[in-house]
Design a binder for this molecule. Sequence first.
Ligand SMILES: [Zn+2]
Length: 83
Amino acid sequence: MMFMPSCHEVQTDLTEYAEGSLPLSRKVGIWIHLLLCKVCAGFLRGMKALPGMAKRFLRPPDQAPEPAMKALSEALTALRKPG
Ligand SMILES: [Zn+2]
């Protein structure tokens, strides 16, 4: 039995798929689905026609917030200290 995601799952993962950030195990399922499903293939085409648009709405900013990262690493260091 081959792994085959549903239309809903494919469309949810499509942003990451288009960016190439999806794990291979999930990419394979989407490849197969896109070959067989015209609805989702059309969805992907429509998404590529709107460059950066979906990205801007669905993705967090690329930059890692410096103070937050520093605070996190300090908190982790403090947790590792005994007592
Ligand atoms: Zn589909």
